[in-house]
Structures are given as structure tokens and as C-alpha cells.
Design a protein around this ligand. Structure first.
Ligand code: NAP
Length: 260
């Protein structure tokens, strides 16, 4: 068994709302491997939950930062620089689409909903990497979370599918530019997981059950499996991997159909 030792390494995880968040599943793996982890959260209402989750890790850095707010990002990365010096791992686990944009027809997507969804769910990866760039070093690794609706139509995913396609393309462009500094950028395509963000997707439970039925493994992947893949991509074990969309979905994305 390979035991990863990330002691002496530093990480920033953005987008933990509660214990079910994929960001938390990733943070748990990083913390278990000995990394020092900082967390940022969108609004002050999330702070008590993060304090509860991180109570066994005294001294954990917690800071409010809306990922679309340049001033808050500047303050966040200045604090991470002061307290950590640099960053070995950056985790973007952020997504948002207005409910009405996923409830109706894709054809009826408004410009405002399109801009909000792509700004929060895709552009923030670019701005986070730009803010983080001075802290990233040879061997540092950036990951985000995407979903297969970027590639194929998933009913109701609508403009979020477009945002995930943008996120995946941005991953490739960022990998191309940051590669010269030895920094890797990848995105994890996770199968459906029961989180707060997922609950806002109309018909999520049906989607969840159908994905499990079609998956070669006969089930859905778990958030712990997302965490393990993240740990791999954030570690030196993945030193040759960048610009990729890496799936952890119990195989459901390889199936065109199932005949039973
Ligand atoms: P989650 O627990 O709800 O996490 C989403 C996080 O994004 C929340 O902490 C949310 O904060 C944060 N966020 C939204 N807008 C933000 C902003 N402007 N600035 C900073 N943070 C912001 O749900 P999750 O499922 O773990 O989502 C994490 C990522 O995984 C997302 O990119 C999602 O699309 C992706 N993903 C999820 C699934 C799934 O089935 N769950 C599958 C594939 C990919 P608030 O709570 O304050 O809004």
C-alpha cells in the first residue's frame, strides 16, 4: 500500500460548505497525509461549519473570500502567502447556477444567468490561478471539479454543462501556460454525489440512480474516491499528468447504453 506523506506541504481548498462537500472529501485526504490546509468560504454563514470540521486541526487557516470578488481574493492570497509562504496544492471546488437556469429549457437561458454561471463556475478557476501564481512553485498542482454534462447532454444541467465545458477548456490553457513553471493543472470529472450543490439540480435523485444502473461497477463513485483521486493528482505520483480531465464515476461515462 502506498502511503502518501505530504507533511511540509501546503494546500488551499476553496468551496467547502459542509461534510458532504467534495472539497471536504479532498481536504480530509490532504490532512490525513499531513499537509497544512487553508480553507476559504464564500460567506460568513459557512464559518461555524468549517470551524467544526477542522476542530481537530488547530491553527487551520480559515478566511472568507467570494471567488468572484477580486479584493477578497487579493486579501486571501496575501494571508496564505504570509502564513504558508507558498502553495503546493490549490483546490477549486466551486460551482453555482441560478435554479431557474436549470429548471427550464436551455433555449431560454438568459444572458444574466449565463454570465453568472460561467463567471462563478469557470472563470474563477482562471482568476484563482492568476492570484495563486506567485505562490505556486515547481511541482505545485491545481485541481477543480467538473461533470460529464460538459461532453454529453444531461437533462436539466443546461448552462452548467456549458460552464463545465469552459472549465475543462480553461484547464488545458492554464496547464499550457503554467507548465513552464512546473505547475500542473487538472480537473476531476466526478459522477453524481449527494451534496448541497447537487440538490439544487432538478431531478438529481433520478440522475443519481440512473448513473449507478449504467455504471460498469454497478454503483456510483463515492466522495472518498474523489478525495483519493485528488490526493493522487495533487501529489508527486501524478508528476507527469497535466491539462487532463480525469474521471472518477464508477465508469458510467464510458457507457453509451445498457441493454437490460
Ligand atoms: P457544495 O458542497 O455545495 O460545494 C460547492 C461550493 O461552492 C459551496 O461551498 C459554495 O458556497 C461554493 N461557492 C459557490 N459560489 C461561490 C463563490 N462565488 N465564491 C466562493 N465559493 C462559492 O457542492 P459540491 O457538489 O461539493 O460542489 C463542488 C464542485 O464539485 C462543484 O464545482 C460542482 O459542480 C462539482 N461537481 C459536483 C458533483 C456532484 O454530483 N455533487 C459532480 C461533479 C462535479 P455556498 O454554500 O456559500 O454557496
Amino acid at each position: 500500500m502506498i502511503e502518501l506523506d505530504l507533511s511540509g506541504k501546503t494546500a488551499l481548498v476553496m468551496g467547502v460548505a459542509n461534510a458532504r462537500s467534495l472539497g471536504w472529501a479532498i481536504a480530509e485526504q490532504l490532512l490525513a497525509a499531513g499537509a497544512k490546509v487553508a480553507f476559504s468560504y464564500q460567506g460568513e454563514r459557512l464559518k461555524p461549519e468549517l470551524e467544526k470540521l477542522t476542530k481537530d486541526y488547530p491553527g487551520t487557516l480559515l478566511q472568507q473570500a467570494d471567488a468572484t470578488n477580486e479584493d477578497e481574493l487579493t486579501a486571501l492570497f496575501a494571508r496564505v502567502k504570509d502564513e504558508f509562504g507558498g502553495l503546493d496544492a490549490l483546490v477549486h471546488s466551486i460551482g453555482y447556477a441560478p435554479r431557474e437556469a436549470m429548471d427550464g429549457r436551455f433555449l431560454d437561458t438568459t444572458a444574466a444567468d449565463w454570465n453568472t454561471t460561467l463567471s462563478v463556475s469557470a472563470y474563477t478557476l482562471v482568476s484563482l490561478c492568476r492570484h495563486a501564481e506567485p505562490l505556486l512553485r515547481e511541482g505545485s498542482s491545481v485541481i477543480s471539479l467538473t461533470y460529464y454534462a460538459s461532453q454529453k447532454v444531461v437533462p436539466k444541467y443546461n448552462v452548467m454543462g456549458v460552464a463545465k465545458a469552459a472549465l475543462e477548456a480553461a484547464t488545458r490553457y492554464l496547464a499550457a501556460e503554467l507548465g513552464a513553471a512546473g505547475v500542473r493543472v487538472n480537473t476531476i470529472s466526478a459522477g453524481p454525489m449527494r451534496t448541497i450543490a447537487a440538490r439544487s439540480i432538478p431531478g438529481f435523485s433520478t440522475m443519481y440512480d440512473k448513473a449507478a444502473q449504467v455504471a460498469p461497477l454497478g454503483r456510483n463513485a463515492t466522495s472518498q474516491e474523489v478525495g483519493k483521486l485528488a490526493l493522487f493528482l495533487l501529489s508527486d505520483l501524478a508528476s507527469g499528468i497535466t491539462g487532463q480531465v480525469v474521471y472518477v464515476d464508477a465508469g458510467s461515462s464510458v457507457m453509451a447504453m445498457k441493454m437490460d
